[in-house]
Design a protein around this ligand. Structure first.
Ligand code: G3I
Ligand code: 9MR
Ligand code: ZN
Length: 584
């Protein structure tokens, strides 16, 4: 038994809760001296579908004194000798307005640890230092006699591949975080080689990836889908992965995402480095002309002999929309406005913020741009945000943890879903849509259950317990972070080095191969995946395990416990939003 809390802690204002997977009536907050400083009554939630537990909520939102605390409960248990009393204690946590400052630095520094093609020096990487990796020439998959230079960028994940659509997604989360909450990032020093050069470190870090992006564009404007070895490396340090690197064929998704992110970055970096900004703008436009001359979908599937990450998609509508929207925001040219309207005629989710569906980045580009805007489009985009956020409020009502995930939504990289929902609440707040979201949540429907291969006919979703909490967007976003940092049925913080019971053994090659027991901090795990799509996960987690508990902190479990750049980046955004509220 346990008491689940956000193991880092809580900002003074805003919701603060512990969740208990059992019935009990009251709880206490103890300070470091062991003194009771708050006493409260619990609220029974009842059955929480995703965890399979009956849960109880201990709300201490009204307690706002800074300090270090833990929650204590006492409950009656049946033991063979009759009724007994069991005392439970939560992990220690803090209540402090700047409680997430260190977390945000760690989440950002994680990108530095994933840099490819650069020596990680002791002064920046400490014990995780290692020589430059993947410095050999890259052969074109389609004609290996042609060699190009593609050093740089971030390793995608636990593997050493570098993928354009995945990189664009991570860059978009980071650059929008910077655009929307610049005050949070302006002076944040992460201890990277560029620190102190007058440019915010988040931009220094993103530039490492952007410079790599620029190397992947062909002379006709098309952009290679990825650079990887033919197969994933064994679990060795990156500098020991000496297999031939390949640039895999151009795809329209990669080219469109490239056009989009380069246009966005051109606008952001202009005030710091005009030449770089111009290079980005030129490259973006060149990619865009490639798209114009290739109006058909140029997808990507791994060719025979290549087994690294695929990042395949079925269409590129949202990618083309995003590209047009960013170029319109950058240049104000009518043509891009027309194109984004044409792209919208093909339907795609308008609020997706992923590596495949990217519509949400496009609507952010539009809504934040200083160019002339169509009132109809603005209305449509605001409505999409309201609808998504309202659905997410509705889903959170079904969760004893206040996490906005249906039981069937815990798939590969579920923590990205959780953080995306944090972002949606943040975005709704940013545009002043909170009241509209609350109103819409009253009648919002739950997302439809989707079908998983091999699954029997759909069982209809049976309404679980429902608790209306009347939270603000900030509270909802905070609840997603609470889940990530330990207020979940595993009692695990899914960020390395952050929280008393943080997970420790990600599927991350250097973390395993370096022989150092502690993983580098700030790495976000993919999280519970009820499909358990790797052999080790199947072995460790029995069929029928509730979705939120389909997790194991085992480095072999790549479908549960890998890390990626685009699972870290939405966490950077959500935490950035909460930090922007710290004095409010
Ligand atoms: O689209 C289907 C949906 O129809 C279905 O109902 C739903 C059920 O959960 O699954 C959806 O597909 C999932 C898909 O991700 C999109 O979310 C697949 O089941 C799932 O297998 C797939 O996982 C992806 C995984 O690669 C395997 O392809 C992850 O999202 C993606 O993050 C991950 O990416 C890998 C790279 O290939 C290589 N580098 C590491 C990286 C992280 O593990
Ligand atoms: O390490 C790989 C990880 O990054 C990928 O997400 C995953 C799915 O593509 O594949 C992992 O590599 C495994 C491979 O697919 C199968 N053999 C075992 C590899 C892990 O050691
Ligand atoms: Zn490398």
């Amino acid at each position: 038994m346990a008491i689940f809390v956000n193991q880092l802690g809580y900002q003074r204002r805003g919701e603060k809760r512990a969740v208990l997977p059992y019935d009990c009536d009251c709880f206490w907050l103890l300070d470091e001296a062991g003194e009771v400083c708050f006493e409260g009554e619990t609220k029974r939630f009842g059955e929480d579908k995703a965890s399979g537990d009956r849960v109880t909520e201990a709300d201490f939102s009204s307690f706002t004194n800074q300090g270090k605390y833990r929650v204590k409960t006492s409950r009656i248990i049946e033991d063979p000798a009759g009724e007994g009393v069991a005392l439970e204690y939560s992990p220690w946590f803090e209540i402090r307005d700047d409680v997430y400052e260190g977390l945000e630095r760690d989440l950002m520094k994680a990108f530095y640890y994933l840099r490819c093609g650069q020596e990680l020096k002791k002064e920046h990487a400490g014990v995780y230092a290692h020589p430059a990796c993947h410095v050999g020439m890259t052969a074109l998959w389609e004609d290996p006699s042609v060699l190009i230079e593609t050093t740089g960028g971030w390793h995608d994940a636990g593997d050493y591949g570098r993928y354009v659509t995945a990189g664009a997604c991570a860059l978009a989360h980071l650059l929008y975080a910077y655009r929307m909450y610049p005050q949070v990032f302006r002076d944040k020093i992460t201890g990277i080689p560029e620190s102190g050069n007058g440019v915010p470190d988040v931009l220094n870090e993103c530039r490492w990836e952007l410079e790599w992006f620029l190397k992947l564009q062909k002379s006709d404007g098309g952009v290679f889908h990825k650079v990887t070895t033919a197969q994933h490396a064994p679990f060795v340090m990156p500098q020991e992965d000496q297999a031939q690197l390949f640039a895999l064929p151009v795809s329209s998704m990669a080219t469109a995402d490239f056009a989009a992110i380069c246009a966005m970055a051109a606008g952001i970096y202009r005030e710091f480095d005009e030449d770089f900004s111009l290079r980005l703008e030129k490259a973006s436009k060149k990619a865009y002309w490639w798209l114009i001359s290739h109006p058909e979908f140029v997808g990507f599937r791994n060719p025979e002999g290549c087994g690294t990450g695929e990042y395949g998609e079925w269409d590129d509508a949202s990618n083309r929309f995003w590209a047009a929207a960013e170029l319109y925001a950058l240049t104000g040219e009518k043509k891009f406005h027309e194109d984004l309207q044409v792209a919208l005629e093909r339907h795609f989710p308008l609020t997706a913020l992923g590596y495949g569906e990217v519509g949400g980045f496009g609507i952010l580009a539009y809504l934040l741009s200083k160019q002339g805007k169509s009132v109809d489009l603005m209305h449509k985009f605001f409505q999409a945000i309201v609808k998504d956020a309202a659905t997410r409020v509705r889903v959170a009502e079904e969760s004893g943890y206040g996490v906005s995930m249906m039981d069937f939504e815990y798939g590969w990289g579920s923590n990205m879903g959780v953080m995306r929902h944090g972002m949606i609440f943040a975005i709704a707040d940013y545009f002043g849509l909170e009241e509209k979201v609350k109103e819409a949540a009253k009648t919002a429907e739950l997302p439809k259950r989707w079908r998983w291969q091999g699954e029997p006919e759909e069982e209809p979703y049976v309404q679980g317990t429902r608790l209306k909490r009347n939270w603000s967007m900030r509270d909802h976003a905070a609840a997603q972070l609470d889940y990530l940092l330990g207020c979940n049925a595993m009692g695990i913080s899914y960020v390395t080095g952050n929280g008393e019971n943080a997970y420790r053994y990600p599927h991350l090659r250097p973390a395993h191969a370096d022989g150092i027991e502690e993983c580098m901090p700030g790495m976000v795990s993919g999280g519970p995946n009820r499909h358990r799509q790797d052999p080790r996960a199947k072995e460790l987690i029995p069929d029928g395990t509730p979705a939120m508990k389909c997790f194991a902190d085992d480095y072999l479990c790549y479908s549960l416990n890998e890390i990626t750049i685009y699972w870290n980046s939405p966490a950077v955004f959500t935490v950035g939003y909460l930090l922007s509220k710290k004095d409010l």
